[in-house]
Design a protein around this ligand. Structure first.
Ligand code: FE
Length: 238
């Protein structure tokens, strides 16, 4: 399995998700952060899951969520807080922190943990029990314009997820003109390219190995068919 377990640990505050205009919009769409950050730096916190651990079963088991959310996601939060404690970065909202250190090799460890905190929170919100199906009308129109059909969009997302060599993420993004599908490696995320993420699928092995072993394709297809949260994507687009 991929070794994605953070070694250091930190905590991230929800405050980090706020502050940048785009970030605030996403945060509100995700519905899990307070509308304003505290005036003084406090550790980043692990945002609550938007559903129970067993809510995505049988597509994603409670055991996978227990480790993925409770160990991996929490680990990134704990590592980040350790790495930024007592520094200026501890005062920054998460998105601003990520954008301020992206591409700086000496800050790679902080970037990786901070981005993974953001990515995972976004991922949990990109899924929902009884998801899949038809996107809301406005999003569906944009999908049809960009890809030809919802099925074609899902195929592109699956191809990106399967085409990502090693650990990473598949994304549906908005580039201010049209919808696009993209993939990123490791902790990288579309925000650093100025793109607006609408939804994501985690393709690190920890996301599916307990349930699907090496069958990433089966995991991705099941997520697209049964869990993907088009309403979340539509809110982010709006
Ligand atoms: Fe993950």
């Amino acid at each position: 399995m991929t070794q994605d377990h953070p070694e250091g640990t930190m905590r991230i505050g929800r405050r980090e998700f706020l502050g940048v205009a785009a970030g605030a919009t996403l945060s509100l769409a995700m519905g899990v952060w307070p509308a304003a950050r505290a005036a003084t730096a406090e550790p980043n916190k692990l945002p609550p899951l938007p559903y129970d651990e067993q809510a995505l079963a049988p597509v994603i088991s409670a055991k996978t969520i227990e480790f993925h959310y409770g160990k991996h996601h929490k680990g990134y939060v704990d590592n980040l807080n350790k790495l930024i404690a007592g520094t200026d970065l501890a005062d920054l909202p998460l998105e601003r922190l990520i954008l301020s250190i992206a591409g700086k090799p000496e800050k790679a460890a902080i970037f990786n943990n901070a981005a993974q905190v953001w990515n995972h929170t976004f991922y949990w919100n990109s899924l929902k029990p009884n998801g899949g199906g038809e996107p809301p009308v406005v999003l569906k129109e944009r999908i049809v314009n960009a890809f030809g059909s919802v099925d074609a969009c899902k195929k592109e997302l699956a191809a990106a997820a399967l085409g990502q060599f090693g650990s990473g993420w598949a994304w549906l993004v908005w580039d201010q003109k049209t919808l696009k599908v993209m993939k990123t490696a490791n902790a990288d995320l579309p925000l650093t390219a100025g793109l607006k993420p609408l939804l994501t699928i985690d393709v690190w092995e920890h996301a599916y190995y307990l349930d699907y072993q090496n069958r990433r394709a089966d995991y991705v297809q099941a997520v697209l068919d049964r869990l993907i949260n088009w309403e979340f994507a539509a809110k982010n687009l709006a």
